[in-house]
Design a protein around this ligand. Structure first.
Ligand SMILES: Cc1cc2nc3c(=O)[nH]c(=O)nc-3n(C[C@H](O)[C@H](O)[C@H](O)COP(=O)(O)OP(=O)(O)OC[C@H]3O[C@@H](n4cnc5c(N)ncnc54)[C@H](O)[C@@H]3O)c2cc1C
Length: 556
């Protein structure tokens, strides 16, 4: 058995995992496992930037207030306060690492403004902020000999004490994590990686839906692994959809920025009718959620697959000046926005829910921490304020490092138990795996998307259970590969989303159901919690927005 033992095992090499690794490398041996190449992550595709209070006319209180308004009564105010306050020094750390944020002619940081932010506070590196952050973090990691990074290694499941010692069912009581079983893509072998502390930093879940802005890695693996091991997940019904992703069979996840509508582009149905005035007096400039819901409603009503974003009247000069990347990418797919409207669909963009953590990044499994998009920290509540997610990952990575340091000294990591491979040899029915991938993603898009109903949720769960049982049977019988492992995970994450959505009988933030179209603070100003041991339940009342001195409705 090819054994890896370390102090800190980090699953994922996005902003959360890499920041944490650098912090821990000051005092510990660190292993990072990442399932594709080292830079392939949601972080790498982040465009807008990272929010932090740096402008003289801005204040921490204003950033807190904007975050609470967006979160629609479900943010945890103490967490919001903590994240916003801890942000600015961490931005300075990124600058020290060499992150080249955009600057103005005088060399001052160029702060952008985005929907929902009352001040300019978005640090960005042109429209490739994530790529620049990822580049700088990877360079710093490469310079630390006590960080080992395994590319093309996929974490399958956590190694938990009850399974090691054979003492019962995961989730039945207090659990401890001691690492993870890791699949080496090259050899096809699964090995135990043992650690005193295991950190899940596996990012988001966009691939659960047919249309997503996320890259292929976003299959919710960490969430699924945590849940299977007995951890509590929360608020999985709050999936943020971006209103306009390019609709083209080969353009897997290309976003058409909301700034195009900001410049005057108009959404139309396939027969050319501008429909946004039917939904909101602000028409195409309505907040993101309203636009996404309006498109969804038109698609469902008309039975069509996409709508058109018409920017033709803006003219070639404006389009090329403001959106050179969008124009060239569209042209590369044979669509010229200068002469014809761009086909678009809304796309799953960000998961506000996740593994429930405390302010020190602890899950409810001992020695298991979670940072980044995979975690539900209480920052976002029912809707994420733009550019707060990179900030959240930075802050919680720093806090996780402190927690990990307290857990590491003197720990005796148990002896590993080898992975038991299923008896089957080669898997012959790949078509079933492929079909089920499409089935889960299509089901979630059609039944559990932007606008929900009890009928559709019920039907989706019944259909999903059939797929889940088929996938489980495959998993038991045949050797595992990445495709099958990820299918198993998206199926479980889809189930979590449906179950949490079913439990929230109101509409709030990103969760909208036609059966309960209003917000109900009396019954539902609470997090939705789900675990294998306790099933679905509501958490204690969250101190909601009005208590935190915020009374306005949610912005974009
Ligand atoms: C197109 C786009 C634009 C965005 N723009 C912004 C923005 O402007 N501002 C903002 O704040 N946020 C933005 N976001 C969201 C933000 O990028 C993410 O929330 C954030 O980068 C998440 O960081 P992370 O470290 O948690 O996860 P990620 O960066 O997604 O990293 C996850 C890592 O885990 C690895 N992994 C996953 N599963 C496994 C497994 N089973 N085994 C081993 N490794 C695994 C992945 O390969 C990857 O390395 C955007 C997202 C997208 C998709």
């Amino acid at each position: 058995m090819n054994q890896v033992r370390t102090d800190i095992l980090i699953l994922g090499s996005g902003i959360g995992g890499l920041t944490l690794a650098l912090e821990c490398a000051e005092w510990a041996d660190v292993v990072i496992v990442t399932k594709k190449s080292r830079s392939e992550s949601n972080t790498n595709y982040a465009q807008g930037g990272i929010a932090s209070v740096l402008a003289p006319d801005d204040s921490l209180d204003l950033h807190v207030r904007d975050t609470l308004i967006a979160g629609d009564g479900l943010c945890h105010p103490d967490v919001v306060d903590m994240v916003v306050r801890e942000g600015p020094p961490l931005i300075r750390r990124l600058l020290d690492l060499g992150v080249a944020f955009s600057r103005d002619d005088l060399g001052a940081l160029n702060l952008g403004r985005e929907g929902g932010h009352s001040r300019r506070r978005i640090l960005h590196a042109a429209d490739q902020t994530g790529r620049e952050i990822e580049r700088a973090l990877l360079a710093a990691v490469a310079a630390r000999p006590n960080i080992r990074l395994f590319e093309n290694h996929l974490a399958l499941d956590l190694i938990i004490e009850s399974r090691l010692l054979g003492t019962g069912r995961p989730g039945a009581g207090a659990e401890t994590a001691w690492g993870a079983y890791i699949l080496d893509d090259a050899s096809g072998l699964v090995e135990p990686f043992m650690a005193a502390v295991t950190v899940v930093a596996t990012g988001g879940t966009g691939k659960v839906y047919r249309y997503t802005s996320n890259p292929d890695i976003a299959t919710g693996d960490g969430l699924a692994m945590g849940y299977r091991a007995g951890a509590t997940v929360g608020n999985m019904e709050f999936v943020q959809f971006h209103p306009t992703c390019l609709y083209h069979p080969e353009a897997r996840s290309f976003l058409i920025s909301e700034a195009v509508r900001g410049e005057g582009a108009v959404l139309r149905t396939l027969d050319g009718r501008a429909f946004m005035t039917d939904y909101d007096p602000r028409a195409d400039l309505a907040p993101r959620d309203i636009v996404a819901r309006a498109i969804d409603s038109e698609l469902k009503r008309r039975g069509e697959s996409h709508v058109m974003l018409d920017a033709v009247h803006l003219g070639e000069k404006v389009l090329l000046e403001h959106f050179p990347n969008i124009v060239s990418t569209c042209r590369s797919f044979g669509i010229d926005p200068v002469s014809r409207p761009i086909p678009v669909v809304p796309a799953a963009h960000y998961m506000c829910g996740g593994l429930v953590t405390d302010p020190d990044a602890r899950t409810d499994i001992h020695r298991l921490l979670a940072v980044g998009e995979v975690a539900m920290t209480g920052l976002h509540g029912a809707n994420r304020l733009a550019s707060n997610s990179l900030l959240e990952a930075l802050v919680f990575a720093g806090r996780a490092a402190v927690t990990a340091r307290g857990l590491t000294p003197g720990t005796r990591v148990p002896r590993p138990v080898p992975w038991v491979a299923p008896p089957g040899t080669e898997r012959k029915e790949k078509v079933i795996v492929d079909h089920n991938w499409d089935a889960v993603r299509g089901l979630m898009w059609d039944y559990v998307g932007i606008v929900r109903s009890e009928e559709r949720l019920k039907s989706a769960l019944a259909r999903l259970h059939l797929i889940r049982d088929e996938v489980a049977s495959f998993y038991r019988r045949f050797p595992v590969d990445a495709d099958l492992a990820e299918l198993r995970n998206i199926t479980l994450v889809a189930e979590m989303i449906i179950r949490c959505a079913t439990g929230r009988k109101e509409s709030r933030g990103l969760h909208f159901t036609v059966d309960h179209p209003n917000r109900d603070d009396k019954a539902f100003a609470r997090d939705t919690l789900l675990s294998s041991a306790q099933g679905l339940r509501l958490g204690p009342p969250v101190a909601h927005a009005s208590e935190a001195g915020v009374t306005e409705g949610a912005p974009s």
